[in-house]
Design a protein. Sequence first.
Length: 733
Amino acid sequence: MGRKSNRKSSNKQNGGKKTDAASLARRILQFLDANYGQEFNAKQIIKKLDIRDSLTKGGVEPVLHKLVENGSVSKSPRNYFSSTQDPDFIEGTVDFVNPRFAFVIPDNPEKVDGDILVKEADLKQALDGDKVRVMVYPLKGKTGRTEGKVLEILERDRDEFVGRVEISPRFAFVVPDFKKMHKDIFVHRGDLMGAEHNEKVIVKMTEWREGDKNPTGKVIRVLGKAGVHEVEIHSIMAEFGLPFEYPQEADQEANAIPEKITSKEINARRDFRDVTTFTIDPADAKDFDDAISYRKLENGNLEVGVHIADVTHYVKPKTALEKEAYDRATSVYLVDRTIPMLPERLSNGLCSLRPHEDKLTFACVFEMDSNANVVNHWIGRTIIHSDRRFAYEEAQENIDNQSGDFFQELTLLNDLAKQVRKRRFQHGAVNFETVEVKFKLDENGTPLGLMIKERKDIHKMIEEFMLLANKYVAEFIFKKRSGADTFVYRTHDSPDMEKLETFSGFAKRFGHQMDLDNEKKISSALNKLMDEIQGKPEQNVLEQLAIRSMAKAKYTTEPKGHFGLAFPHYTHFTSPIRRYPDMMVHRLLEHYLDGGKSPDAEAWEQKCVHSSEREKRAADAERASIKYKQVEYMALAEEKDYDGIVSGVTEWGVFVEITETKCEGMIRVQDMDDDYYDFDQKNMRLIGSRTKKMITLGDKVKVRVVNTDIDRRTIDLEFANNDERKPRARAFR
């Protein structure tokens, strides 16, 4: 850890009293090292080390002077002592897991052994997500983990929080919704902006003086009464920093764009307006990113065009529209609304590939034989005129019934897609069919019921052609100069074998075997498992665990492959209305098609990192809105015993997914009064110390709801194994 070499002399053991002195020296050194930067006199050290016998007390000063002599400790003129060690300083991000301690995730993991545990008292008022500078202690703590203390907060992740106001006669507090914010925020009565007791607000942290237990803040926006649908959705938007409105300047720019397409623009493009073209989207969609064109060629082959809205024709660099699109980086789909990346005039109007209108597009056009082999392809700018707007359900019905608009074209396209899909899996793609829940809401946003989204052939058909276009665009750029040209790729690393082994052990508890002996056949082992669990109660749990064992997909300029899709190169080209990386891809593609040279990669890499971060934010917000509706739904649901599956086990509780509703709740260990349970982290289970009863990931259980908390978006459960039913606490507050 960078210690001075002459320290070793203080630790020599020569028997008798010298051994005691050496032991005392080690204790003093460890204490001073752990309190780097602080000074203590001999009396303070005796007190801190809880030294009580007079012989050892008398030995402290001589040992300190010996340590000063060999350079291990320094002494001030006032007879105060401090460590001279050269400590390791690490910069990282705080993960504030519970009120007692946090982990700091190092920016450079290779410099330290794992994440750094920091006790709450040593956080120096750092909060979850903050960038901090940490001093790492030279020795591991009792937990066996690397420990440290925060020396400096480099950057606050956030200073605004959503929460519920609690008002007393002389002062008020805001109790944050965010689970990883463990401090209530003190608010002077005059800084409440008129908020009333139990209302939801946005509070801005203004001060946190050293020594104060809680930060001080002021209310900057009153959202309304807790528990009301609109208020709770706005709370989620504010919690994740999602925008409430579009900036006026960007809206003005959007409204000023002319609708008319000039003849010059038409002549610069390949004209597909006379080719059969249609869009297929969800029934409630308004932004149509992609259209499919179809025709038979004279040589007997089929031409399939994937036409994508040409957003970058309208959104130019260095404009307010571009700045806002970059900042948002993605549209966000909450349980009851869309927060679009682009203003409505563009997303639902100019760029949306609406039927019976000429539209500007960027396309990847494939010539395919009857076996769905791509024999030729072309990439470039097009103009289209969509003949029909299908909802997924309509298009599927036309295929199933072999009747209706374009049923023959739809059927042929579906047949081609099935062949492409089959080949993709033969080449090693992984088939994750995750379960998606959709709520049926009344006019007030109250959940009336929930349904599992069903993926039919038509969904898979559209997906397959989009994947094909994304793949060919990525390979087109990569092959130009063997990856030397700057481009935006969507990459997905191979899974960590250790994580897969752990997942395989969980799957085995459900009776499913995974062969991981051959690393080249991991995807086929995963696919076999995914096929086996289709429609079974454990499907959702195992799919989620499998996804967690995988690496995370991300945007990068590095031309790596995509493990999950089994593509050597892949990008996102097909959704520029709702994803900024697709706009980046369109810009670079246009640049290269026009003969441009490769731009500097660093600036594009920064945009990729930003886009990946915004993608995560959107996913977290979407999950939070679904969780909110799940909590509300279970609060209103029938009071009964539910079948469930243990979906997670931690030292503080057992997570259970209710099979009927796919809602997840928690049974707290502190509420399990039939025994004292120890946590076996390696095997993800709790073991009763007296009864030896085991609660393991994947166990099938019966539970009942005992509490629902809208603020924290939590469902508290209990095992349904006694006759005494506790009254349910709904806790809408």
